[in-house]
Design a binder for this molecule. Structure first.
Ligand code: ZN
Length: 274
């Protein structure tokens, strides 16, 4: 392992709310838990029992949509499927030359990370935090007396292709209209071996692309059946260069949607002095 010097030059914070435009099903652990006869439950915060959106779910969806949008090769086997991971198909010398070169030019692996350690990998730039139901939405859902606390139960019928038998399943969803607030993405800018803070700043555009791809797609399960459409609202961007100083909002007035964010994007980047 060679010794490397990498320095943090600043962090960009993007905060926003996530509005469920259709029912949202982000699966929890169904292992041995029987809740009201529901087959597929949603993930809940252990302390409040409220549904939430894990940062890993949002980050994973952003990544997989970007991989398809950019046409990246799916070269690493994970469980049933394949994902993209620079260098996964190389060994030895090829990994050091071809793998490293591909990684250096790959915005997705730089921003979202590569699974497992590679000699050439630099710090993952992006952190996506868990996002919780807003107090206002929680109150509304409590008053609405939904099927289960904060959620509705939807019956989905799947047809067995062999026997043609209908197979109804009970799916739990957070109802349309619910708002998850103060989502946060933290994007770090690094300078040093294999890193360029200026390049990282350019890579910020990948996050905007990913957010648009997610809005056009869905998060969680049952997307092809209409669940999981979300909208990003109340978007604000902050920059912090010096950890001893408060972060500065680059847009004091939050953007109400992605279109406003996109229109202001280049101007925001110019405000970031490295
Ligand atoms: Zn890659």
């Amino acid at each position: 392992m060679s010794e490397r010097k990498i320095q943090l030059k600043g962090r960009v914070f993007i905060t926003f709310d996530i509005e469920a435009r259709t029912g949202l099903h982000i699966g929890g652990s169904d292992a041995g838990v029987e809740i009201g006869g529901v087959d597929k439950t949603v993930i809940r915060d252990k302390l409040t029992n409220r549904p939430y959106i894990p940062g890993s779910s949002l980050k994973g969806k952003m990544r997989s949509l970007l991989e398809k949008y950019k046409g990246l090769k799916q070269n690493q086997r994970i469980g049933q499927g394949y994902i993209h991971s620079c260098g996964a198909e190389y060994k030895g010398e090829e990994l050091k030359t071809k793998g490293r070169k591909e990684y250096e030019d790959c915005d997705v692996c730089q921003v979202f990370g590569v699974p497992g350690e590679r000699d050439f990998s630099t710090p993952t730039r992006l952190v996506v935090r868990d996002t919780f139901l807003s107090e206002e939405s929680a109150k509304k859902l409590e008053d609405a007396q939904t099927d289960l606390p904060y959620t509705e139960v939807k019956t989905e019928v799947s047809i067995d292709r062999v026997t043609s038998a209908a197979n109804p399943r009970q799916m739990e969803r957070v109802p349309a209209g619910a708002v998850f607030e103060k989502a946060e993405m933290v994007f770090s800018l690094y300078e040093g071996e294999g890193c360029s803070a200026q390049k990282d700043l350019e890579r910020l555009g990948v996050l905007l692309e990913a957010m648009q791809l997610v809005e056009d797609d869905y998060i969680g399960g049952l997307g092809s059946r209409g669940s999981g459409k979300v909208a990003f609202t109340n978007i604000q961007v902050f920059f912090r260069k010096d950890p001893s100083q408060p972060s500065q909002p680059l847009n004091p007035q939050p953007f109400q949607n992605l279109a406003e964010f996109a229109a202001a994007f280049d101007g925001l980047k110019k405000q970031i002095a490295l």
